[in-house]
Design a binder for this molecule. Sequence first.
Ligand SMILES: [Zn+2]
Length: 302
Amino acid sequence: MLMFLARGNRRTGRVVVMAAAAILWFGQALGQAATHTIQRGETLGVIAKKYGLSTTALAAHNGIANPHRVKVGQKLTIPAKTSTITYTVRKGDTLSSIAKKHNTTTAAIAKANGISNPNAIKPGQKLKITVGSATKKTKPKPSAIAGSTLREINRPRIRRKRWKHIVIHHSADSNNSIRGMEHYHRRVRRMENGLAYHFVIGNGVKTTDGKIYVGDRWKRQIRGGHLASSALNEVAIGICLVGNFEKTLPTAKQRTSLKALVSLLRNRTGVPYSQVRTHRHINPKPTICPGRRFNLRGILST
Ligand SMILES: [Zn+2]
């Protein structure tokens, strides 16, 4: 968020139990994740039960700190079902063949069984295996960004060495809309160029989950207004994720979009990895932005 930006109204609707809209769910293939949009009347408990999960597991998977605070329209990622079995190693087995057979990874089996050398398994040895825990890695490449957005991002001509940093912010309020943020910066903060960031990534509340909104400042290749330093604003691209990451985590789609956007921008501008920073780490004045739960390196390295 902007320096000195007042915290927004934190209305978080508690979902009331009403007639739940029936959503049929036809089972889930191992290793695949599904999403669920919270309907009026659904609690996290009701949804968890529907998918054969515990409320805690569902909350943890979605970075929800307080399971009572979920909103109608909020999107949840449903973890693939897993179960733990005991497997007896047979002659000819390798850890990787066992992993493959059970749709998991060598690393996961090694970790669960305290195996330090994956080549040192013996026939007859018993292994605890969590079946179906392998998750397909989504490779965030520029094509993870919608074609029309990609064209918008790529359209402006960029002067050589124009940008030195890429700085990540949160909006500090999960209810923010693009219009609201634009209005706040232009009218309340009186920034003649409006929206202080070059990009905003939506969270699925009043913005589309994972959508990259390309700001006017990027289209015009002009300075940002997101840092408490005029010199830094001149050379720092600002990306703001809608949400308050003191309280929740960015959504899976926000993380994927951020990684893809950073990679694309770095390719186009030559900003080095070390200069992709959080507001907190670059700002000359103390700020909590983008929140303690936001792990930039974690997102960029997955
Ligand atoms: Zn910030």
